[in-house]
Design a protein around this ligand. Structure first.
Ligand code: ADP
Ligand code: NI
Length: 215
């Protein structure tokens, strides 16, 4: 039964997100699911079925992919209605998805180990080699420059700059991606993040060397 529900959910998500080019495509979802199940195998805690379901559905209500946050919630709720699970399981999946998003650094208390694992899995996919690729894909789609030294990092922005909402993809590393490692919950995800962090740091070192006409 659980296998069938997973299959039904995969088909639904593939159909909903397949064509997205902002980094929320089906392959992102599939990597988050794989990361999450990998972490679960090390942590040996939490319900792997709930983890897999929440990982598969985690981007369905995302504001960026819906006309509004409310429409996103509604979309997830309507899908959950179609699957044969207890209300308790559906509430848990819903609550995990609600609690894991990183919106301007907002901190939400993660109540369950399942939520912690899925959040780590999603954050891992924003760092390392994949994270670099996703950041530039997103920046390209938004028409954002690769880098421009005239911009400041968010913490040092003038009000005018902040209001314009303009930044560069290299700035996104300093504003968010390099900080994600410190926000991880599980031991296994922290270990995985070490290698990915080194990858990003080395990328940035080379980027600036090349930018300045060295090496
Ligand atoms: P997620 O689905 O992992 O929660 P987001 O919705 O925040 O992530 O963003 C999707 C992808 O786009 C991530 O890889 C993220 O790093 C990247 N991204 C988001 N905002 C920016 C930005 N301003 N510049 C470059 N990349 C960005
Ligand atoms: Ni995601």
């Amino acid at each position: 039964m659980k296998e069938l529900i997973i299959e039904q959910t995969e088909n639904y998500v593939r159909n909903e997100l397949g064509e997205d080019a902002t980094g929320h495509d089906w392959f992102h979802i599939d990597r988050v699911r794989k990361n999450a199940l990998h972490i679960w195998q090390y942590e040996k805690s939490g319900d792997p079925f709930i983890i897999e379901m929440a990982a598969l559905l985690h981007d369905i209500p995302d504001e960026k992919l819906n006309t509004s946050a409310e429409m996103g919630d509604l979309k997830l709720a309507s899908f959950l209605k179609t699957i044969p699970l207890t209300d308790e399981d559906k509430d848990h999946i819903n609550q995990i998805i609600k609690s894991i998003s990183y919106k301007g650094g907002r901190k939400t208390e993660l109540v369950s180990i399942e939520a912690k694992i899925v959040q780590d899995a999603d954050r891992l996919d924003a760092i390392g080699a994949i994270g670099i690729a996703r950041a530039f894909a997103y920046g390209g789609k938004k028409g954002q420059p690769i880098y421009d030294p005239k911009f400041s990092v968010r913490e040092e922005m003038s009000l005018e700059e902040y209001r314009s909402g303009k930044s560069t993809t290299i700035h996104h590393f300093y504003e968010k991606l390099l900080k994600l490692k410190e926000l991880l919950n599980t031991t296994r995800a922290k270990e995985m993040a070490e290698i990915r962090q080194n990858m990003m740091e080395s990328f940035l070192t080379h980027f600036f060397q090349e930018w300045n006409g060295k090496v």
